[in-house]
Each structure stands twice: as C-alpha cells, then as structure tokens.
Write a protein that binds this ligand. Structure first.
Ligand code: SF4
Length: 385
C-alpha cells in the first residue's frame, strides 16, 4: 500500500501528456534527454547557467527562466537537476502559481511514475557500478573513501562479478538511461574492456548509454578504446588540474579520445562536501527516524549504485559499508539475489529509488553528512592526504 501511495504522487493529467518542458540542462538532463525525446515532444529547455544558454538540442534552444516564464503556466515541467537546485527552482515555479506534482516534478519521480503507469516499465535515470577501490589520487574527501582502502581490503571487480549484478538488476529494472562506471579510478582495472563489452552484449538494449567516469590521469589503451568505439561508450573526465599538476596527462587523454572519435565531457568542481568519515564525529543525524528520513531526502543524491548483487540508494551506502565505516542493515539496500521480478519487487525498487526505502531512510545516512542543504561543510576539491 505504501509503495502504491509513493507511486501516485503525480496528478492524473501527467498520464495524458505528450509534451514536456525540461528545466536544467546539466549532467542530469544530458544523461536522460535522449530517452525523454523518444517519448515526448520537448517544447522548451531552461537552464540558469549562462555558459549553456543558446545551446541547441533538436529544435530547442536552451533559454533562461525569465525568457520563457510567461509561457510556462499550463505546461508540465520536468526538473532535471540536483536536489539543492530543485529547491530554488520549485520556488521560482511556485511564484508563477505552479504546483509541485501537478505542474512540475523531479525527473527521477517523473521517470519512475510515468513509465510505470503508462508503459509498465521500471525505467531509471541512472545507475553506477564501481569496478575498483584503487585510485591514482589520494583525495582526503573522496566520496568513495578510495585512500582509506588499504592492501587486503581493496576490491577489483571483473566481468563475472558485474554480469552477476546485472542479472538480478534486470529482473527488476526494464531500462536505465545511463550506466556509469566509476572507481576509485576505473582505468586502473585491467578487466574494464571485458566488463563493458560483456554488459553491452548481454544488456545493451536495456541501457541508454555507457559512460566511464575518470579523473583523466591515465590514457586509455587500444583494447579499451576499441571496446568504447564498439559499444558507443563515452567518457566523463573530472578535471582537477586547478589543484593537481597533471595538465600534460589530461591533455594527452583528451587528444587520444578525440583521435579515436570517443565523445567526452569535462567536469570541473569548485567545491566538495565533507561527508564525514568517523561515525563518532557525526552525531547530528543519529536522532529520530523522522530526522534521519528528512536528512536523507534533503540529500537524495540519486547516484544509485549496483555492486555485490545489491542495489544501493547511493554510492555512500556502498562505499561506507564496503570500507567498514558502518554496517549494512536490513532495508539499506535491495538484495537482488532475492528478487524474482514480481510486481512487488518492481514497486519496491521504484519507491526505493524515489527516496522511500522500507524504513523511510537508510541507516548509512546516520553516519554521513550528505550533500543536501543541511550540510555546510564545504571543503577544497581533491585536497591530497
Ligand atoms: S546522506 Fe544518505 S543519501 Fe546522502 S550521500 Fe549520505 S548516505 Fe547517501
């Protein structure tokens, strides 16, 4: 019954729509827009970033809120941004008299609910898989705690591990718009070409696109380049050269991708969140169930992770427990080996992805400051240990 309530947040008119407005044209939107364009006419694209104003997608030019605000009432707006940005955008849209879940909603809620009701599909915006805990850098505030893994507890996955993960996952999920491969630094894993090729061959029809997220410190070898070409995989390069001196190597990586016709985009971060490491330093969210649930929903990173035949709400849920900073408790993840692909499994997966796990929160949130508006611990990017 709870799942049914969660999957019925949008007003009934959303079921009739053939046209949407996409608000936000950053990384989240770009990962999903091709899937949305297959099923809807995208009439407007809005973003506040001046650097992408004027950018074209199909017939649409990315415009500012002020340019289009008079045309928005009466339209259905899908907001494709982080949770923090969503709060500001909600206020803007509400100032026009628009209402959440009637006139606008988050992308992940839209995809979960619309495709379930109208196509009987579990359609997710994105899923990440980590292939190694090893990294070329030692970032103190690494989201995945890479420098805190030591010999003996490091992990590396191969294609057999990752295929096992997907076997359970695709019993429950029908389609994922993007699959992102992360580390540590994923290019350290020598089985990366085999991992990508085997997943593409078996499940390529259920994945919008495959992306490797790398720090750009390692040049892909021929085997990886060939597989990336064959599978149309892309690369996202996190550029830390404003902090770490590896400009020459990063240029070499970019040149190599260009020469091989592999699409890539760059991410430059101005700041990171300190998510906290030591459980005893993080008392704020160890309070009531309601406090923890609120903390989780304020963060709601949506970076769902698939590893160890489990589906985690966020990468933190995986990395913190894998490293042993806290233990996994009942309801913190979906154990895919126990899933049969029943309607109930599918509804549980959708509710979980929308931020409603069985207990209302995941217990890992109690030991994590999160990335929501209640964390003001801003730290320097890629500060080395
Ligand atoms: S606060 Fe919770 S949802 Fe957010 S990153 Fe931490 S563990 Fe994940």
């Amino acid at each position: 019954m709870e799942n049914k309530r969660i999957l019925n947040k949008l007003s009934p008119e959303w079921n009739e729509i053939s046209e949407i407005v996409v608000y936000g044209f950053g990384r989240t939107a770009v990962r999903n827009v091709d899937k949305l364009a297959e099923d809807f006419h995208i009439s407007l694209i809005i973003d506040k970033d001046p650097q992408i104003h004027g950018k074209q997608y199909g017939d649409c030019r990315v415009q500012t809120f002020d340019e289009v605000k008079e045309n928005l009432p009466g339209k259905k707006v899908v907001v494709a941004t982080s949770s923090v940005a969503y709060t500001d955008i909600s206020r803007q849209l509400q100032s026009l008299g628009m209402k959440e879940h009637i006139d606008f909603c988050r992308l992940k809620d839209f995809m979960a609910e619309w495709y379930w009701k109208n196509r009987h599909q579990v359609c997710l915006s994105q899923t990440f898989s980590s292939v190694t805990s090893r990294c070329t850098f030692r970032c103190k505030h690494c989201n995945f705690f890479a420098p805190y893994f030591k010999e003996g507890i490091h992990y590396d996955y191969d294609e057999i591990d990752i295929l096992k993960d997907f076997e359970g996952y695709f019993k429950v999920v029908d389609y994922v718009a993007s699959w992102s491969i992360i580390g540590g630094e994923p290019l350290i894993n020598k089985r990366l070409p085999q991992i990508i090729e085997s997943v593409f061959e078996k499940y390529g029809n259920h994945i919008g696109y495959i992306q490797i997220i790398s720090n750009g410190s390692l040049v892909p070898d021929k085997e990886l380049l060939d597989v990336m070409k064959k599978t149309n995989a892309r690369m996202r390069l996190s550029d830390y050269t404003h902090v770490l001196p590896y400009q020459k190597k990063l240029e070499e990586v970019k040149q190599c991708l260009k020469e091989n016709g592999i699409p890539y985009d760059m991410s430059v971060y101005e700041q990171w969140f300190d998510l906290g490491i030591n459980t005893s330093d993080i008392p704020e969210f160890s309070g009531s169930t309601a406090d923890t649930a609120r903390h989780m929903r304020l963060c709601a990173t949506g970076c769902h992770q698939l590893n160890d035949e489990k589906f985690f709400f966020c990468g933190q849920g995986f990395a913190r427990t894998k490293r042993g900073f806290c233990s996994l408790q009942e309801g913190d993840c979906i154990n895919l080996t126990a899933c049969t692909g029943s309607i109930e499994d599918k509804e549980t997966m959708l509710s979980f992805c929308m931020g409603y796990p069985p207990k209302g929160y995941i217990s890992v949130c109690k030991t994590c400051y999160g990335m929501g508006s209640d964390n003001n611990r801003i730290v320097g990017v890629a500060e080395q240990m």
